[in-house]
Design a protein around this ligand. Structure first.
Ligand SMILES: Nc1ncnc2c1ncn2[C@@H]1O[C@H](COP(=O)(O)OP(=O)(O)O)[C@@H](O)[C@H]1O
Ligand SMILES: [Mg+2]
Length: 358
């Protein structure tokens, strides 16, 4: 006589799609009705009824049970998990597994008319992410590309400051029109929407996610060769939201020589791998200074680690940027579009070579 226990024991071998835990172990088997030795009904509970792995769960369990228990008919039903079932399910998953699952369940935004969407990120703050974003926007625009910058650092936005922007975006036909910089780069930043530039933004995750959605879906970016996203430091909720929902083509990772020697870069790269977003390359910032009198290059932190680290993680070394007082003064004056040098030009050239532009 076929028993429920036998069926559940077999389902301990059927893995949840994308995870290394079984559907039985994760509590998906909600109900089993044995009609006779050859025919059964099974009800699986799922986190959501439109879970994309649903077909796989059905197909895998049917094939497996038919084979192992010599069943003829297996009628599969799905139900949405009750809140306490969902909680128990979540508790059985590691953080990484939760992230994987979330990533597979959240719908991606359309690409619209954006040829390339790149994210600029780093392990921590103050390494020059926002500068690199502004610099890349400027250099790529100089090379004839149409460029937009979306400041995704909602609580610490600084892109408007780099470009000296103060005007508020207008709304036309129910869409927000990005503000244009002196040279014609389109920008959206929380700073531009706040009554006072210095108003602190103390919002919590869900509200920030809402803003991130609007910055993408409600803004009239129009056709662009490239949209650059400036991210907040670390690996925050914002990172998860962006990597899950935005159609990101690649990540530009910014780091300083000190960080390259630590686990900070590794962490960021791990996250990118889990979220299945390709890393376009690594920019090493603040590597050296150039003597204003004799032009000699002084490596402040010994030999550059950038190339070694990039090679280790199988990504491109896009180049390095010196510690240059002009960068901070142009930042303070909101004139970053005036800045250029051989290094930044080369980095932009390397980035451009990776873009889809046809
Ligand atoms: N290579 C550099 N040389 C001099 N100043 C720099 C350099 N890179 C960044 N800065 C300055 O350091 C400060 C922090 O940079 P920012 O890009 O805002 O960092 P993050 O966005 O990573 O927090 C800014 O004032 C910026 O102008
Ligand atoms: Mg920043």
């Amino acid at each position: 006589m076929l028993s429920k226990k036998e069926i559940i024991d077999q389902l301990k071998n059927v893995l949840f799609p994308g995870l290394s835990k079984s559907i039985a172990e994760l509590g998906l088997v909600k109900n089993i009705n044995i009609k006779d030795d050859k025919n059964i009904d099974i009800t699986f509970a799922l986190p959501s009824l439109n879970y994309p792995g649903k077909e796989d769960i059905e197909a895998h369990s049917v094939v497996y049970l038919k084979d192992k228990l010599e069943l003829e008919n297996i009628n599969v039903n799905f139900e949405k998990m009750e809140p306490q079932e969902h909680q128990a399910f979540q508790q059985k998953l590691t953080k990484e597994e939760q992230m994987k699952l979330q990533a597979s369940m959240i719908p991606k935004y359309e690409k619209h008319q954006l040829k390339n969407v790149l994210v600029v990120t780093s392990g921590k703050g103050g390494v020059g992410k926002s500068f690199v974003t502004s610099m890349l926007a400027t250099e790529l625009h100089r090379k004839g590309l149409s460029v937009g910058v979306l400041d995704a650092d909602i609580t610490g936005s600084s892109i408007a400051k780099f470009f000296g922007l103060k005007q508020r975006p207008v709304v036309m036909n129910d869409k927000i029109v990005p503000v244009e910089t002196n040279t014609g780069i389109k920008v959206i930043s929380m700073n531009l929407l706040l009554p006072e530039e210095t108003n602190p933004v103390l919002w919590r995750g869900p509200l920030i996610n809402k803003v991130l959605e609007e910055f993408y879906e409600k803004v009239e970016w129009g056709p662009l060769d490239i949209l650059l996203l400036d991210l907040p430091p670390g690996t925050s909720d914002t990172h998860l939201t962006i990597f899950q929902s935005y159609p990101v083509d690649g990540i530009v990772f910014v780091s300083t020589p000190q960080d390259l020697a630590t686990m900070i870069v590794q962490k960021g790269i791990n996250m990118a791998n889990i979220m299945k977003v390709p890393i376009l390359g690594l920019v090493e910032n603040m590597t050296h200074i150039v003597c204003p009198n004799c032009g000699e290059k002084i490596n402040l932190f010994g030999q550059s680690q950038g190339l070694k680290v990039a090679t280790k993680y199988n990504t491109e070394y896009l180049g390095r940027i010196p510690l240059d007082p002009k960068i901070s003064s142009y930042t303070d004056e909101g004139k970053i579009e005036k800045y250029t040098n051989d290094n930044t030009d080369k980095i932009a050239e390397n980035v451009k070579a990776n873009l889809e532009l046809d």
